[in-house]
Design a protein around this ligand. Structure first.
Ligand code: ADP
Ligand code: MG
Length: 332
């Protein structure tokens, strides 16, 4: 069981940033409105995620940390995946390769409780002090799998990767407040990224959040996109052809709220700007495709970055024609 967990962990968790991604997605699944992320030494020695979500009842804590106990897949609904978590193995995997402690207070419960797993061995559930939500603490990632340890990069590179993950997730959730701190030197630490909850309608909130993450200049030079085709909806912001970020690429794509890196979608984005851009340029954009989960398979790879549309041509056409139309309306 522990060996299986360690093998699975290698697929789910490649580095601190992938652990952070899983844990923040869990907090979002739990309906959190404020999420605090603390890391030390690039996340290698400590990752701590604090949220104000629904929490976990004491009796459910051991289940939450057990492999597949919570998988939302029963075979029949493989394609109907709405929430981020769907394989029920992130916490089990993390507990197999690090020192994991989950402290939580379920909404409506008078008491909080905690449980720890170290290298796959779970302790017992004990009472704890916490006013709300969940705190997940992961220390010494990969201490139990030295081979993995060797593949981690410098603290700086790992911190950077964690920051990128948080920014991506923050873009998809403008109403949620995110604070990332570096606590390598102890104490309160140093805030390295912060995005307060955005208010207003969907587009106002998104524009505000994108300006926060991608810079005010992007906010001022991006046009809103909102279009639909054959059951797929495309929303978001894309840069005017006159806007350039130099060599820094800022292309962010989301499918049903999930950050994805998908060749088909990147290609469509480039194709939409074909008339404007020289070959080496990448139009900045943050685009969201939402559709019936039946129309897309997000279970292509455990790291969950790729997607497979039932009708790839429709997804591509949606982006190309949606963006061209928006650009034409903006006078380009
Ligand atoms: P999955 O997200 O795929 O279900 P995980 O191993 O990531 O699997 O989490 C297991 C379960 O633990 C979740 O389904 C959820 O019930 C619970 N859980 C994990 N993190 C949180 C959290 N931050 N707040 C509330 N519940 C959580
Ligand atoms: Mg999860």
């Amino acid at each position: 069981e522990t060996v299986i967990n360690r093998i699975a962990a290698g697929e789910v968790v490649e580095r601190p940033a992938s652990a952070v991604k899983e844990l923040v997605e869990n907090a979002l699944d739990a309906g959190a409105t404020r999420i605090g992320i603390e890391i030390a030494d690039g996340g290698k020695t400590l990752i701590r995620i604090t949220d104000d979500g629904c929490g976990i009842a004491p009796e459910d804590l051991p289940l939450a940390l057990a492999r597949h106990a919570t998988s939302k897949i029963d075979g029949s609904d493989l394609l109907e995946i709405r929430s981020f978590g769907f394989r029920g193995e992130a916490l089990a995997s993390l507990g197999a390769v690090g020192r994991l402690t989950v402290t939580s207070r379920a909404r409506g419960h008078a008491e909080a409780a905690k449980v720890s797993v170290t290298g796959g061995d779970m302790g017992s559930v004990t009472p704890a002090a916490l006013t709300r939500g969940t705190v997940v603490e992961l220390r010494d990632l990969f201490f139990a799998t030295p081979a993995r340890l060797k593949f981690m990069r410098s603290d700086r590179a790992e911190s950077q990767a964690v920051g990128d993950v948080i920014k991506r997730l923050a873009m998809a959730e403008p109403a949620v407040c995110f604070t990332l701190r570096d606590v390598s030197n102890g104490g309160e630490g140093r805030i390295t990224f912060r995005a307060d909850a955005e208010t207003g309608d969907l587009f106002d909130a998104l524009r505000g959040r994108l300006a926060r993450v991608l810079g005010a200049e992007f906010g001022e030079n991006a046009i809103a996109v909102d279009t639909e085709r054959d059951g797929l909806r495309l929303t978001g912001f894309a840069a005017l052809p006159t806007y350039s970020r130099g060599s820094s690429v800022a292309q962010y794509l989301f499918v049903n709220g999930r950050p994805v890196r998908d060749k088909l979608l990147y290609g469509a984005l480039r194709a939409a700007y074909m008339d404007f851009l020289s070959r080496d340029r990448h139009p900045a954009a943050a685009l969201f495709i939402d559709c019936d989960p039946q129309l897309v398979d997000v279970n292509v790879h455990p790291a969950k970055a790729e997607v497979r549309f039932r009708e790839p041509g429709t997804a591509r056409g949606l982006i190309v024609s949606g963006l061209r139309h928006a650009l034409a309306e903006a006078g380009h």
